[in-house]
Ligand binder design. Structure first.
Ligand SMILES: Nc1ncnc2c1ncn2[C@@H]1O[C@H](COP(=O)(O)OP(=O)(O)O)[C@@H](O)[C@H]1O
Ligand SMILES: [Mg+2]
Length: 278
């Protein structure tokens, strides 16, 4: 075994490193028994020697993405972006430039006009709605700018949704959801309804829901926008910890320097495209 399985890859490391083991065998061609939830899956007899690991595709690969709303509103004009396992990217840019649109496209919630979006090699841009929804439920945690909590469900039920969609039995999903609620400081609010919460509290529930299933890709749209600096710092630490624990990749829209500081890459979206920010 080379290094820790879940250590964060350095930017210079090639794809075929040991931390990609889990992903390399995500869709095994053979009869590979699934490990316990969250455990790495390997074919029988697989060795941990990095040299034998097949090259895993990037967690996210966006190529030449175009999106316009109506004839006159070209929002994204040829965006390219690659995120590898363990990478954290902050996405900056002026209001209205298309940051949320880019996240929605990546999550398969909107269709591009042209271009490709691959999630762990799978073309989410070309999938029908059901297939995209299944892939999204399994692989993506999305902290929406507007939270999108389900108003008629209790907090623990909101957080448990990704687990239930993944087929985790309710008896197991509830304690996991409640544990994640505790991680965002809302352990005693499990039975509350979303309307009983402040904006900042709702944002923390949205964060818990996005992280509870250990997604491969975390998309976060201004996840600290409604939080005070201390609570925001705790939320960022939790995101960071989850990225490390699961070898996830993070694409986070933010205006906050505090938030951008957890990313090793900062990109700015402008009408001309994505630019690397110093
Ligand atoms: N569904 C939509 N229909 C029409 N225009 C849209 C739609 N979604 C976003 N837009 C427009 O696309 C532009 C980018 O929006 P958005 O991605 O929300 O920007 P940002 O998140 O960077 O503030 C805005 O001008 C917005 O009005
Ligand atoms: Mg936005």
């Amino acid at each position: 075994m080379i290094g820790g399985l879940w250590r964060r890859p350095m930017p210079h490391e090639p794809d075929a490193t040991v931390q990609n083991h889990r992903f390399a065998y995500r869709s095994p061609p053979m009869n590979v028994p699934a490990g316990p939830a969250g455990a790495p899956r390997q074919p029988p007899g697989a060795s941990a020697d990095a040299a034998e690991v097949p090259v895993a595709p990037p967690t996210l690969e966006v190529v030449d993405l175009h999106k316009r709303f109506g004839p006159d509103r070209e929002v994204l004009a040829g965006i390219g972006l690659t995120l590898r396992a363990g990478e954290r990217v902050a996405l900056l840019g002026e209001s209205g430039v298309g940051k949320s649109t880019l996240l929605n496209l990546v999550a398969g919630l909107e269709r591009p006009d042209s271009g490709t979006i691959r999630l762990a090699g799978q073309p989410i841009h070309a999938m029908d709605e059901d297939a995209a929804a299944r892939l999204r439920a399994r692989e993506i945690g999305f902290v929406f700018q507007a939270f999108h909590l389900l108003p008629h469900l209790r907090l623990w039920q909101n957080v448990a949704i990704p687990l239930l969609l993944a087929g985790v039995p309710a008896a197991e999903a509830r304690p996991r959801a409640e544990a994640m609620l505790a991680r965002v400081g809302l352990g005693d609010r499990s039975l509350s309804m979303p309307r009983e919460l402040s904006g900042g509290e709702q944002q923390r529930v949205a964060l818990a829901r996005a992280l509870v299933h250990g997604p491969r890709l975390i998309l976060a749209d201004e996840p600290t926008g409604n939080l005070d600096p201390r609570t925001g710092g705790a939320a960022l630490a939790l995101i960071d910890e989850q990225v490390r624990a699961h070898g996830a990749a993070l694409l986070m829209v933010t205006h906050s320097l505090q938030a951008a500081a957890i990313a090793e890459r900062r990109l700015r979206l402008t009408p001309a495209g994505l630019e690397t920010e110093a």
